[in-house]
Design a protein around this ligand. Structure first.
Ligand code: F6P
Length: 374
């Protein structure tokens, strides 16, 4: 093994050794997950002659009896490269350590998951998830002494150490396209158009799409703003003869008084959303401008993956199988300086990656004269 990649010698040695590996996708879906499943299947079956089992609906598939899983063959995964979602299904509900049971109680199901791994006869497991899912999967793997390798995915791009997570690029493309479209309709009606984007506690989607899509104002959770600053910027543009503005705001931006705008779903889980309308009401009251809000929502997660997400997914999938080939477990594949590099999972999930207020993107936005509300 050289730099996390299997050499020809490793491959020859391992070709004769039969292994059965599992893969699951966990947490919110995103574009590019099928590219990972395809790459894992091609590398494991094609290069090493192993068996690959796709586990359905994240750890739920391992809790079920019999475990819910499918043997993956190249023909089955081949057509999925361009497809959105995850062919294995996923869930972002139900912590296995406090799993909601039908009778309303919470039960620790971690031992059921470990048993499911053994019932499937797995030698190793690849988990594709964001920081929350990967922390849970790692805890289970440690408890059961399971051979586990992690791949980061999330449109939020907030997993530590890695420069790229699967799904982020597609989400930025969709948000940028929305901004491109909003520019024209904003100009036609002299309106202030507000685009609310996802990203959870990090403003990566907003700052990237905002710059690429020519937004006038970008509001992200990492930089505090005032309504006065935002309105002053809009009025100044009007004074200079540009009678419309386009604003992009991250869902986790707080109100001016610091409250998170959220609602509870029927499972009692907190969901972010509504900051766009809050801003629209205040901007309209303070500038007299007509405002409209677009909440982009789950369109950022669905649909065809961008070429970059397919590429990163493919590279991560191949590298994760190579880590198993060389028995390097408890590692996560990351993208760093144009290379796929393995790092200990604990290190990656221990470092939350927010937008750096002194980083290149913030400097670029400011250098372009984009208002960040501060
Ligand atoms: O973490 C990914 C993400 O899409 C966030 O950006 C968003 O806040 C959340 O998931 C939405 O979750 P759900 O699919 O449960 O509505």
């Amino acid at each position: 093994m050289e730099n996390g990649k299997a050499t020809q010698k490793d491959i020859k040695h391992l070709m004769g050794e039969h292994r059965r590996i599992g893969i699951l996708t966990s947490g919110g879906d995103c574009a590019g997950l099928n590219a990972v499943v395809r790459a894992v299947t091609r590398r494991a079956t094609g290069t090493y002659n192993w068996e690959v089992w796709g586990i359905y609906r994240a750890t739920n598939g391992l809790m079920s009896r019999p475990p819910q899983a499918v043997k993956l063959e190249i023909e089955k995964v081949e057509p999925t490269l361009t497809q959105g979602g995850t062919m294995l299904g996923t869930t972002n509900k139900g912590d296995p350590f406090a799993f909601p049971m039908p009778d309303g109680t919470l039960r620790d199901r971690s031992e059921d998951i470990i048993e499911g791994y053994h019932l499937l006869g797995l030698d190793a497991l690849i988990g594709v998830g964001g920081d929350g899912s990967l922390a849970i999967l790692r805890k289970i793997a440690q408890q059961g002494n399971l051979n586990f390798v992690a791949i980061p995915k999330t449109i939020d791009n907030d997993v530590g150490i890695t420069e790229r997570s699967i799904g982020f690029d597609t989400a930025v493309n969709i948000a940028t396209e929305a901004l491109d479209r909003l520019q024209f309709t904003a100009a036609s009606h002299d309106r202030v158009m507000i685009l609310e984007v996802m990203g959870r506690d990090a403003g990566h989607i907003a700052i990237s799409a905002g710059i690429a899509g020519g937004a006038d104002i970008i509001l992200i959770p990492e930089i505090s703003y005032t309504i006065d600053n935002v309105c002053r910027d809009i009025l100044e543009r009007q004074r200079q003869g540009k009678h419309f503005s386009v604003v992009v705001v991250s869902e986790a931006v707080c109100t001016e008084t610091g409250e998170v705008v959220k609602w509870s779903d029927r499972f009692g889980e907190c969901r972010l959303g509504g900051i766009g309308q809050y801003l629209a009401d205040r901007i309209s009251a303070c500038t007299g401008a007509e405002t409209r809000v677009t909440v982009l929502g789950h369109t950022q997660r669905g649909g065809m993956p961008s070429p970059l997400d397919r590429l990163v997914g493919s590279a991560f999938g191949v590298a994760a199988v190579d880590l198993i080939a060389t028995e390097q477990y408890d590692q996560m594949v990351t993208w760093q300086n144009r290379q796929v590099v393995a790092v200990p999972i604990a290190e990656a999930i221990g470092k939350y990656q927010a937008v750096d207020p002194n980083g290149t993107l913030v400097k670029t936005a400011k250098g372009l004269g984009i208002c960040l509300g501060d």
